[in-house]
Structures are given as structure tokens and as C-alpha cells.
Design a protein around this ligand. Structure first.
Ligand SMILES: [Mg+2]
Length: 387
């Protein structure tokens, strides 16, 4: 059978099709500067939101949040959705997400974030129709809360220390320090300050965002190991897998691959070269919820746990990430879904996903478990373009 853009009549779910797609290019203000070696961010971040409506009138929301130094641009995602995916999506049967993902891959290379936005909106609609959360549609939830990691990336380290002094008593104990941006001796001083202030009550992780050259990196990493990081993320450029394998063999600290691991093909290479102990899984890198679960099936088999990473997503994409982690056992290293509570001045959701005692609470409601309306989008973000 060939996949066609026709409704599959005869089944209850297949009777409904995707009828309307609205695309919004938005800009959201953020309340702190972020410095992480590449793509320093200040002031605002751009994203694309979509509203998908089924023929029966059920609405689902999706989000594409590329980052120009990592996966691409929001403007390109907007054009991909409006010009290239729209003709395929309209009229597609709601009961066949996997078929649409295949068809979108055939229609257009790359643009995983745009395809993911369509997929999460479809799951949102299906969940609302069935009275099930997306986690339940993805196989069922294995956890109701996810430990939250906050990234220490403010150019003003003292501002981050003040934040930590407020956050630690509230139960936020996981902190990922963006190392390699400032000189090594400054990183060492800051790590020492954090351990001196909070002792072993905090779970420290380090993320170099590819900052170190393979030559000489091992000495730097041996130095920072004394601060007992839970893992060291992406110390060297994404293609330097042999160097990563060397660190893995030489150090006690686990090595986590982020930029080195976008998709299943990257992971196969990491496993072949023994280049990482853990991976950062980002829906925007994987380009889909089903694809991210496929990636984790390989990781599970190789004994590699996953960490829930982010680019600059807002509440809609992070709701999808939360649902994915809730339904994927190997995603055991927590998540960094701190944007809506700690960085975005406002988010487009009517109500943010709850954070309680350092944990993200997986919403119980149907679909993505969030409330968004065009009014809540217009009130809380600057709309640059609509289609
Ligand atoms: Mg990273």
C-alpha cells in the first residue's frame, strides 16, 4: 500500500483529518543574559508556534524552536511549515502520525524542528480526543516527576550564586555549569566556590559546549574532576569522538554527548567508538517524539542513559519533552526544562507546568496537558509573522 493524502475511511479514528494549520513566528523576552561559548543570548529568543485543527474541531499546539548555532533558524522553520509541509498536512488522517512523519521526511530534508511541531500537535489532538496524555499515547508513564537541572550560564557569576542561594533551599539541587567560556582558572575558582558554599548538597554537572581543543583537554578535565561532577558534557567538538573515547577511558567522570549526538545514526557511531557514557536527548535535535524514543531504544540496549536537554524552547515544546521523558524509562538523568520558570519573562501558556521541590511535575491532563489560546500567545509574545 502506498501512503496517500487521503482519509482512511472505515475506522473511527481515521475518519478525522487535519483541516487547518496556523503558523506563528514569535519573539519572547528573556530576563537574563546567557553566555555559553556559542550563540550568547540576551534580550529575546525567537520560536515558531503552530495551531493545528482537526476536521472535527479539536485543536492541538506545536512548537519549533531551532537555534541558529545548533540546528537552524526560526525563520527557516516558519517557511518550512508554511510552504512545504502545509500542503502535505492538510487532509492527512489524524490516525497516522507515523505515516505523516515518513511523508514529511520524503518531502523535505532536515527541518526536524518543523516536523516535530506537527507531530506534537497531532499527539495533542489525539490525546484530547481520547482523554489520554501524550505520555500515555507514547506507551504509558513510568514517572510522574522529573528532576530539574538549572544551567549556570550568567556572565555575572555572582548573580548565579545569588540565584543558587534562593533555589537550593527550595529543593533545586542540580546545577549544570557552562564551563570553557571563561578561562580555566576562573572556572576552577567558581567550581570551588560552589562546593564551598553548598558542599555535597548539590549535584554538579559540567557542560563545555565543545569549547576545548582535543589537544591538552585531558589535563583540564582531570583538574575539574576534583569537584565530583555527575557528568562532563561535550568537552570537545562534535566530531572529536576518538578524543571523547579517550576521556572516557582516562577519567572517572562519565562523559555525556550532546552536540555529538543528534540522532540514532550519531548514537550508533558513539557506541561503535565507546565515545560516551550518556547522551543529551533534545526533541529539536531528534526531530520527533517517535524518533527520540527510537534513539533511546538503542541507548537502552547499550546501557547509555539519557538526559533531557533543551535549546530555547518555551512551554509547548517543553510540555512535549516532559511527556516524552515520562514515557521513556532510559531518560533517567533529569532535564533542564527551566526556561519557563527561570528565564522567559513570560510564556505563552495560560499556566506554566508546575515545578515542585526541584522537580518538573508531568501534567495529568489530556494531550500535552497544557492550555494555550491564540489570545495567550498574542498577550505574551511579540508576533513577527503569521501564516
Ligand atoms: Mg549541552
Amino acid at each position: 500500500m502506498t501512503l496517500q493524502q487521503t482519509p482512511q475511511a472505515g475506522t473511527a479514528a481515521g475518519a478525522d483529518t487535519l483541516a487547518e494549520l496556523s503558523v506563528f513566528l514569535i519573539e519572547s523576552p528573556i530576563m537574563m543574559a546567557r553566555q555559553q561559548g556559542v550563540g550568547d543570548v540576551q534580550g529575546t529568543v525567537k520560536r515558531v508556534l503552530i495551531r493545528l485543527t482537526s476536521a472535527e474541531g479539536v485543536v492541538g499546539w506545536g512548537e519549533a524552536a531551532p537555534w541558529e548555532v545548533f540546528t537552524g533558524t526560526a525563520e527557516a522553520a516558519f517557511a518550512a511549515l508554511d510552504s512545504y509541509l502545509r500542503p502535505l498536512v492538510i487532509g492527512w488522517p489524524l490516525s497516522n502520525i507515523r505515516g505523516l512523519m515518513q511523508a514529511m521526511d520524503r518531502r523535505m530534508v532536515g527541518h526536524g524542528e518543523a516536523k516535530l511541531a506537527i507531530e506534537m500537535a497531532m499527539y495533542d489532538i489525539l490525546g484530547k480526543r481520547a482523554g489520554l496524555s501524550v505520555a500515555e499515547l507514547l506507551g504509558g508513564r513510568v514517572r510522574d516527576t522529573i528532576p530539574l537541572s538549572f544551567s549556570i550560564a550568567d556572565p555575572d557569576f555572582e548573580a548565579d550564586m545569588e540565584r543558587m542561594k534562593k533555589m537550593v533551599p527550595e529543593g533545586n539541587v542540580i546545577f549544570k555549569v557552562k564551563t570553557g567560556v571563561k578561562p580555566h582558572d576562573v572556572d576552577m575558582k567558581h567550581l570551588a566556590e560552589m562546593r564551598a558554599e553548598f558542599g555535597d548538597s548539590i549535584d554538579l554537572r559540567l557542560d563545555y559546549n565543545q569549547a576545548l581543543a582535543p589537544f591538552g583537554a585531558l589535563r583540564v578535565l582531570r583538574d575539574v574532576e576534583q569537584f565530583r561532577p555527575i557528568f562532563i558534557e561535550q568537552p570537545v567538538p562534535r566530531d572529536a569522538l576518538s578524543a571523547m573515547a579517550g576521556f572516557r577511558a582516562a577519567l572517572d567522570s562519565p562523559i555525556l554527548a550532546d552536540e555529538s549526538c543528534f540522532d540514532a545514526r550519531d548514537l550508533m557511531e558513539i557506541i561503535r567508538l565507546d565515545a560516551a557514557d550518556a547522551i543529551s536527548v533534545k526533541l529539536m535535535k531528534a526531530g520527533g517524539l517517535q524518533k527520540a524514543q527510537g534513539l533511546m531504544a538503542i541507548a537502552d540496549t547499550a546501557g547509555i542513559p539519557g538526559y533531557g536537554g533543551t535549546l530555547w524552547e518555551g512551554g509547548i515544546a517543553l510540555a512535549a519533552g516532559t511527556q516524552f521523558i515520562a514515557a521513556t524509562p532510559g531518560m533517567s538523568l533529569g532535564c533542564e526544562f527551566y526556561m519557563p520558570h527561570h528565564v522567559l519573562t513570560v510564556d505563552v501558556l495560560e499556566e506554566r507546568i508546575a515545578n515542585v521541590a526541584g522537580q518538573v511535575v508531568v501534567p495529568q491532563g489530556p494531550g500535552l496537558g497544557i492550555k494555550v489560546t491564540e489570545a495567550s500567545v498574542r498577550e505574551n509574545a511579540r508576533i513577527l509573522a503569521t501564516a
